[in-house]
Design a binder for this molecule. Structure first.
Ligand code: PA5
Length: 444
């Protein structure tokens, strides 16, 4: 992978980036010596290279057994216990996977509280063989806990208590939380989320690895890609020649000049959920103390026909980070037609990816002209290895960016506010005072 800053330089000079050399080296020291804020959540730093072979083999074996008896695999989780797996699976599976007959197909629950969504899922599960993973580091998150309670009853009704227990995998803390207690009592196979790896940094733990293996994806390749970038950073914890640092500094400088919104751009719809994962990683890590870039995403050229106008011409507080994919996985050429009624013969014979690349180049240049700086991350292809590289790239850049911004990138205190209100409004024990205050506020 490469980072192209040519469409940033008209806005921010190379010297401005270089001026961060000392600060970047110091920030790497803070990370590697574990002296910064949130330093008890740095387990992801060495995770790829230190993943135990026995754990990988165990996950592969579990996936192999469950795949044999599952048409569907339900991943029950939310936030960091959901998005990483979905990002990788959707990036690598066929766009029309539910229709190809390939099995098992991975579906998701516990990432919303929609009655309709879960009802419709249950109706599908009535007719399909399935197994499931319930994933929650804390083991107490409301959304997946509710979904799991409902799905647990369904799977027991369908297969009986004993077989159901063999079809349920729990991925949670090693000791704490309601899910761990439940898994112990019911005898579910359990994988541990390491204490020092926060939810949104947990895709390369069993949280992501088991669902990804269930989808038939090579988790060794994913980890190998991450190891490469882990080593790149360790061997060169500076700014020069380190694209992770360059990305972190570039976005920090852009933020300081008022570019408060970063749009992750892809030209491949298989990367939509990768952007969702990235949005959580950056939004939850940096949006605190009334600071931080707002992470957004678009899929081009689809969204050039919707959001394109705003990006070209709206408020100039934007910059884009484009994931540019060099090679498609398949080849398709535009056919020649004798009559040329649709006037497309001028591109006949060209691959669709070539046209897509020209749209990308044309857009980058147009947006640059429109005052939108562009960072381009070039990847050769969308593969497990490259996704592993990207995951570690964005995780380390997230830590660097967070420290440059002077926030703790590893906590999420703001997430509690809605939960407290929801619990109070639902009448949960211990929230009585808040219930009263909220009811008064609603009445007024
Ligand atoms: O990054 C985070 O910590 C959060 O997004 C969590 O992953 C999310 O809230 C789910 O938490 P849990 O895994 O404890 O159910």
């Amino acid at each position: 992978m490469k980072l192209d800053l040519n469409h940033l330089y008209p806005f921010i000079g190379r010297e401005a980036i270089q001026s961060y050399e000392t600060q970047v080296a110091a920030t790497y020291n803070t990370i590697y010596n574990r002296t910064g804020a949130g330093n008890d959540f740095l387990g992801w730093v060495n995770l790829p290279s230190e993943t135990d072979e026995r754990l990988i083999a165990d996950i592969e074996q579990t996936a192999k057994e469950l795949r044999k008896k599952s048409d569907l695999f339900v991943v029950v989780g939310i936030g960091g216990s959901y998005l990483g797996a979905r990002a990788v699976i959707e990036a690598l599976q066929n766009h029309f996977a539910p229709l190809t007959g390939d099995r098992p197909f991975v579906v998701y629950a516990g990432h919303n509280m929609s009655e309709d969504y879960l009802n419709e899922l249950l109706a599908v599960l009535d007719k399909k063989d399935y197994s499931l993973a319930v994933i929650s580091k804390s083991g107490t998150t409301t959304e997946p806990a509710i979904a799991f309670r409902i799905l647990k009853q369904h799977i027991i009704r369908k297969y009986g208590e004993e077989e159901a227990s063999k079809r349920i995998i729990a991925i949670t803390d090693k000791a704490r939380g309601a899910l761990k207690q439940l898994a112990n009592v019911k005898g579910y196979k359990t994988y541990i989320v390491p204490d020092d790896v926060g939810g949104r940094f947990s895709v390369l733990t069993p949280v992501g690895l088991l669902p990804i293996a269930m989808a038939g994806i090579d988790i060794r390749q994913l980890i190998a890609g991450a190891v490469e970038v882990e080593k790149l950073c360790k061997n060169n914890p500076t700014l020069n020649g380190n694209i992770v640092s360059e990305y972190a500094v570039a976005r920090h400088l852009l933020y300081n000049m008022g570019k408060t919104n970063e749009i992750m751009v892809n030209y491949e719809p298989r990367l939509v959920y990768f952007s969702e994962w990235w949005k959580q990683l950056y939004g939850e890590s940096h949006g605190k103390g009334h600071k931080g870039i707002f992470p957004a995403s678009v899929t081009f050229s689809t969204d050039l026909h919707s959001m394109g106008q705003y990006i070209q011409d709206g408020i100039r507080n934007l910059f884009e980070t484009v994931i540019s994919v060099e090679r498609s996985n398949h080849e398709l050429r535009i056919p020649m037609e004798g009559e040329d009624l649709d006037q497309l013969n001028y591109i006949a014979g060209k691959r669709l990816s070539e046209v897509n690349h020209k749209a990308e180049l044309g857009t980058v240049l147009a947006h640059e002209d429109g005052g939108v700086p562009n960072l381009r991350i070039e990847i050769p292809e969308v593969s497990a290895y490259v996704l592993g590289q990207l995951i570690y790239f964005f995780e380390m850049a997230c830590a660097l960016s967070g420290y440059l911004l002077e926030v703790n990138p590893f906590d999420q205190p703001g997430v509690e506010a809605y939960k407290k209100n929801m619990f109070a409004l639902l009448g949960k024990k211990g929230y009585e005072a808040q219930t009263e205050a909220l009811e008064l506020r609603i009445k007024n």
